[in-house]
Design a protein. Structure first.
Length: 254
């Protein structure tokens, strides 16, 4: 069963992080959704955060995990939000189980194929030798050689934890990502369709959802509303949380 943090009372609102992320990335926004009257479930997807590790890693497997989570928690009517990889899981889950999902929010990802572009990050993660018991500063120093962007490094370092006294490790399942990296970019099946209300939000400085993508997205999600957060990149919810929160709550309460 997926690990989750559940807070608040009201309509269930399920939130899913992106690749190499975890539920903690959404902690601040989750608190705001609780104040807005939702029961918020922030999930750790398989091979991420505190959830289980598995050699099977695909969008189909992750969507099935979410279905089993909803069954276990008796969630029969939900709204759902996913960012990046989590957005693809949310799209697939909504299309497969429209009887469960009322409204879908997708943050800065489309259903199409995405070329692999995480090589530098993975090279940096694989360069860390935990057998020599590095400190957190040692880990960051190694990562800096491959990931010059400070914000991206801090995002990755959130996954560090003390496996035992003096021994750091990453929470995510790096070996599976190394062996199956193409899984993250795979397109969703073209015959998938979800007819209910969908909000796509993209970052103005992000290339993940381009104008040329919108026609194809609309074929699968005909009840589509698209919003753009200006001057924000792929981590739009972290770069402009105020506007992200306003756009999503307005949509959820329509």
């Amino acid at each position: 069963m997926l690990y989750s943090k559940i807070e608040g009372e009201g309509k269930p609102f399920v939130i899913m992080h992106g690749f190499l992320g975890m539920s903690d990335n959404w902690k601040t926004l989750a608190g705001q959704y609780v104040e807005a009257g939702f029961q918020v479930h922030i999930l750790d997807l398989r091979n991420h955060g505190r959830s289980f590790h598995s050699d099977e890693w695909s969008y189909e497997a992750m969507a099935q995990d979410v279905f089993e989570y909803c069954q276990a928690h008796q969630l029969t009517r939900i709204d759902i939000l996913g960012h990046s990889m989590g957005g693809k899981v949310a799209m697939l889950f909504a299309a497969l189980h429209p009887e469960i999902v009322d409204k879908l929010i997708v943050a800065d990802i489309g259903p199409r194929f995405y070329k692999q572009h995480h090589q530098d990050i993975l090279e940096g993660l694989n360069a860390i030798d935990f057998s020599v018991k590095p400190s957190r500063n040692d880990v960051e120093a190694t990562l800096t050689q491959f990931v010059p962007d400070f914000g991206t490094r801090q995002f990755l370092l959130k996954n560090l934890y003390w496996q035992e006294p003096g021994q750091l490790a990453f929470r995510f399942n790096l070996p599976v990502f190394n062996n199956n990296l193409d899984a993250i970019g795979k397109p969703l099946p073209e015959n998938l369709k979800f007819d209910k209300a969908v909000l796509f939000i993209r970052g103005g400085n992000s290339g993940y959802i381009q104008d040329s993508d919108i026609g194809a997205i609309r074929q699968q999600f005909p009840n589509l509303k698209l919003e753009t957060i200006p001057n924000a990149g792929h981590w739009l919810h972290a770069e402009n949380p105020k506007m992200f929160f306003e756009l999503t709550t307005e949509f959820l309460k329509e």
